[in-house]
Design a protein around this ligand. Sequence first.
Ligand code: SF4
Ligand code: SF4
Length: 692
Amino acid sequence: MATAILFSLCLLAALGLFFYQIWGRFNLLRAAQPAARFDRIPERIRAVLVYAFGQKKFVRPEASIVREQTAGWMHFFIFWGFTVLGLQVVTLFARAYSPGFFLPLLSPHLLGGPVLLLEDLLEAAVLVALGVAFTRWLVTRPSRLFGYAPAEDRLRSHSHWEAYLILSCIGIIMCGGLLYNAGRYVGLPGDAEAAAEITWEPVSRLLAAAIGGASPDTALALSALGWWAHNLAVLVLLNFLPVAKHFHVITSLPNVFFKKLEPTGALSKQDLETATRYGTSRIDHFDWKQVLDMFSCTECGRCSSQCPATASGKPLAPRQLMLDLRDYLYAHQAEVIEKRVHARSSGDGAEPAEVGENIVGPVIRDETLWSCNVCRACEEACPVLIEYVDKIVDMRRHLVQEESRFPGELNRVFKNMETQSNPWGIDAEKRFEWADGLDVPTLETNPAPEYLYYVGCAGAFDDRNKKTTQAFARVLKKAGVNFACLAKQELCNGETARRLGNEYLYQTMAQMCVEGLNAAPTRKVLVNCPHCFNTIKNEFPQFGGQYEVIHAAEFVKQLIAAGKLAIDGSFGKKTAYHDSCYYGRFNDVYDEPREVLARSGAGLVEIERHKHFAMCCGAGGGRMWIEEDPDKRVNLLRTEQALAADPEAIAMSCPFCMTMLSDGIKAKDLEEKVQTLDVMEIVDRVTAASKS
Ligand code: SF4
Ligand code: SF4
C-alpha cells in the first residue's frame, strides 16, 4: 500500500509537470503560421511506416557511403527497444497497484512469453547500443556529436550534459528492468508466475544466476530497487523530453507524418499580390510545420556533416542554424503565445502584433544564409526529415525583397536576368549562336517536332558548356530524333533568382518562360541541365506549365535501347561520375547517367561521396554568382574528392558542375591529366547514326 501511495504521488507530480510543459510547446504550434499538411493521408501513413517505424534513413544501404551504418543500427535498436519496452513500462507501473499485473493476453501462460523474450533481449541490445553511444560521447568524441568548426563553435563549447543524463536514464531503465525480473525470481522461489516469466527471459536469468546466492529478502529488496529505479528513471526522462533534444522522441513521428509531399525540388510559391510581407524575418513568421521541425531536431549532426558550406569553413552549419532558431523560439515562448494565441482568441479580428526582433541579421546572420548551396544534402541526411531549404530561401526572400540586402555582385546578376534573360548578361540575340553551322532544327524550320530541346542559359551562353549543347544536338540528330529548339525565342526560366530569394523576378521570368513553352506544339521537353530540369518539371506546374520533362541521359538510354543510336563503347577511360544535386537528391536520377557511361565504355569508379550523399560542386543556390573566399571554395573540396578516385575523366551532367569542377582541375594544374566531360560529350564521341 505504501508503495502504491508513494508511486502515485511521484506519477501525478511527473505527469502534471510533463503536461504543463507540453501545453506550452503545443501553444507554440498554435501560435505559428498555418500550413496545409493534412492532405494525402495514405502517403503520410506510409512515410511514418517507412521512415519512423522502418527507420529507413538509419539503416538504408546507402548509409555505408558515409559510414553511418553502426550509428544507424544503434539507433534502430534504441528506437525499437523503447517501442517494445513501452509495454514493460506500463506493466511495471501497474505493478505498483497489482503485483501480478499483465497487460491483457500478455501473461506468460497466454501470448506473453514471446513478448517477454523480446523485451529481455531488447534490454540487452539497448545496453550494448548505449555502450557504443557512451564510447562515442566519452572516447571518440566525433565532430558529428560535438560540432564542426568554425560554424558550430557554440555547440562545441556546450557541455552536452543532457546527453549524458538521457543516456544514463536509459541505462538505468534497462538495468532496473532486468534487476527487477531477476530479484523477483530469486526472492519468490516457488512462485509460479515469477518462474513462468523467467523461462522467457534469458538475460534476466543470467542475472538471477549471478545473485542466486542472496537470501530471498535481499533478492526482493534488489527487485524493489530495480523497480523504483526503472520507474523513476522513466518519469525523469519523460519530463526531460520537452526541454531538450530528446523531444524528438515525441515529435519526430508527427514530423515525418507532416513531411513535404510536393516534389522536394519545388520551392513554395509566394503570393506576391496579396502578401503583406515578403519572406521570413521574425520567429512567429514560421509555420507550424517549421516549428515542429525545430522541436524535432535530435542534434545528431548528420546534416552538418554533409553540408558543403560547413565543410568549406563558412559560417553556415544547418544544425547550428536549427538550434539558433529553436533557442530563440524557446526563449520567446511566453511572448509568442501571449501575442498570437491570446490575441487571436480575443476575437477582434485584428492581426496580432509580431514577436521579438527581426532575427535575420542578429540571430541568423546574412552571411550564414548566403553560404547555402541549396543542395539538400542536409535534408537527405536528416533522419527525422527536417526541411531546411525552404526556411533558408524564405529568409533570403526577406533579405532581397524587403531589405535589398544581398552580396553586391548579385546586383549585376539580377539586372542581367531582367534585361537579357540570362545571368551572364550576354546579348539575348546571341542565345542560339551555339548552333551556328550545325543545322539544328527550330520551330521555324520544323514546326511539328515531337520534342522541344530547351537548352538553358548555361548551355547557350557559356563557351565551355556550348560544346556540351552542340554534342547533345549532334546525338539527337544522329538518332534521327524529331526535335526543335526555341532558338532566340527561348527564355531563362529564372531558377537562379528564385534560389537567391528574388521571388518577384523569378515569378516574372517563370511566367514568361511558361507562356513561351505553352505556345510550342509539343509538351515533351528535353533538357541537359538539372536546374532547368527541376524548375520546368517541378516548379512550372505552379504557373500552369505541365510538361513531360526528359533529361538527356534518360533519353539517350531509351535511344540506345530502341536501337536508334549505334554506340561502340570505345571511350575506355577510367571515369568518376559526379552527381549533380538537382538530378540526384532533388529528382532521384542516379542510375541513368551511369548506365549510359557504362554503355559508352567508361570504366566507372565511384567518388567516395556519391549518389544520395554526393557533395555539391559549389554552384548551387545561386552561389555560382557569389564571390567565394579562395580558402573556402567548395569546388576545390569536391574536385579533391573526385581526384581521390584517381580518374582519367570526371563526367557530369550539369553545366554548372562543369564550370566548377573544370575550375577545380585548372586550379590544381591537372588539365593535361584529368578531363572534365559532360556525359553527352562522351556519348557523342562513341556514337554513330543508327542504320535502322
Ligand atoms: S542545403 Fe546544402 S548548403 Fe544549404 S544548409 Fe543544407 S547542406 Fe548546407
Ligand atoms: S536537423 Fe536532422 S540531421 Fe540535423 S542535427 Fe537535427 S536531426 Fe540531425
